[in-house]
Design a protein. Structure first.
Ligand code: ZN
Length: 418
């Protein structure tokens, strides 16, 4: 496993309050369902973006998640905040083990090779690495400690199954359950079945109770613990990683919209029962990316991979610009024409920032910052930079510093190197 290389982020000067700019980032969060400030006014912003299950390569839908929240990271930094960023990697889970079994690979080797590929894709896309990138298998003790806190609160039980008495969490009894996703019970049951839950498992007290510790099955990895020999459930892994690194009540838990329920709802429920305090202050989700009319997913096999595009010779900055051209909360469809227009944009911007002079950078950057601080409006930011670049390429402006300032700002705020 190679290290996730750091990304240099230029600092670009900004005058606080100039151009009437908001001095905070606001997002339309899933829990608030309206535009609300995220992160503190000063100090440390805590970001947790749920990581991959490493059994298949990084597709455009994953990349959209990590690039979108990379922009949040960058915009917070631009506001002078320190960002603490944690991400997990679900390196022991049913889909990974099933894939390894199908292909005859060792599950650990499969995970390691896919984590390496993910990191190299993220590096190519200039995603600022998390401060903590934590495999579930490295924090089994933390998970067990957290489950013991839930046990002390009387909130877990063993399912009525003599062969596999797995441990479940009484999720729906947690204070505030439902306030992340705002789904009704029927919707929750549907989402739970679709996204890794087991509403129909016999012996559960309630269909929405979620697995926290799975007892050992023959041929599956397992760890000794006070709960018996087994392995963690999915949600509790992220809850433990986030609480032990970012602390309670950190700024944002984020991911694809399909994680709102059950995953983030369950994380929030587990944390509030274990600690008595809220988990994340806000929950933010990106839209779903489709290909050929269907949501891009491993199970359907309709994937466009970052590594495939790059190996075909596409500039990773073209991929990044194609992603940034979509608003993070929108659902959209990947198509080659998006890469073609991103390539034209990249070429134009590159020509403009290498021009000897241009129009002043500061008013343009104020508009870019306004867009990004207001629900990460990357399409607006791109349009504003397009206008600046068109003007420069038309020979307007005599500011010798402007092209260099714009190049640095586009790198700092959008992660696009020109
Ligand atoms: Zn997670």
């Amino acid at each position: 496993m190679h290290a996730w290389r750091p990304v240099e982020v230029p600092t670009i000067p900004a005058t606080p309050g100039a151009y009437g700019l908001p001095d905070e980032v606001s997002l339309v969060t899933t829990d608030a369902r309206r535009l609300v400030p995220v992160g503190p006014q000063q100090g440390v912003a805590g970001l947790y973006v749920c990581g991959i299950t490493p059994y298949d390569a990084t597709h455009i839908g994953h990349a959209f998640t990590y690039v979108s929240f990379d922009v949040l990271n960058r915009v917070w930094r631009d506001l002078g905040l320190t960002v603490q960023y944690a991400q997990n990697v679900t390196d022991v889970d049913d889909p990974l083990l099933e894939r390894a079994e199908q292909t005859g690979e060792d599950w650990k080797e499969l995970a390691t090779s896919q984590i390496d590929l993910f990191r190299s894709d993220m590096e190519a896309l200039r995603v600022i690495p998390p401060d903590w990138y934590v495999p579930a298998t490295a924090i089994i003790d933390e998970v067990v400690d957290l489950i013991e806190q839930l046990r002390a609160a009387g909130s877990i039980y063993q399912v009525d199954d003599p062969r596999y008495p797995d441990w479940y969490f009484r999720a729906a009894q947690a204070p505030g359950f439902g306030e992340v996703s705002h789904l009704n019970r029927a919707q929750m049951l549907g989402e739970f079945a679709e996204h890794g839950g087991d509403p129909d498992r016999p012996g559960k007290e309630d269909a929405l109770d979620c697995l926290v510790w799975r007892m050992e099955r023959s041929g599956e990895p397992a760890w000794d613990s006070s709960l018996g020999r087994g392995r963690p459930g999915w949600h509790i892994e992220c809850t433990a990683i986030a609480l032990n690194r970012l602390g309670r009540d950190f700024s944002v838990q984020a991911g694809g919209r399909d994680l709102a329920f059950p995953h983030h709802e369950m994380c929030a429920a587990e944390a509030v029962v274990a600690t008595g305090e809220p988990f994340a202050q806000s929950y933010a989700h990106v839209g779903m990316v489709s290909l050929d009319g269907q949501k891009m997913s491993k199970s359907l096999g309709n994937l466009e991979l970052v590594s495939r595009l790059v190996n075909q010779g596409m500039d990773p900055m073209t991929v990044r610009l194609a992603l940034l051209a979509q608003h993070y909360r929108d659902d959209w469809e990947w198509m080659p024409s998006l890469a073609e227009s991103a390539q034209r944009r990249l070429d134009a911007w590159r020509a403009a920032v290498h021009a000897p002079t241009g129009t002043a950078a500061e008013p343009t950057l104020a508009d870019v910052r306004y867009g990004l601080r207001t629900d990460l409006d990357t399409p607006m930011a791109l349009a504003v930079i397009d206008e600046w670049s068109s003007a420069v390429l038309a020979g307007e402006g005599s500011d010798e510093a402007a092209p260099g300032q714009m190049a640095a700002a586009i790198d700092a705020l959008l992660g696009v190197t020109l």
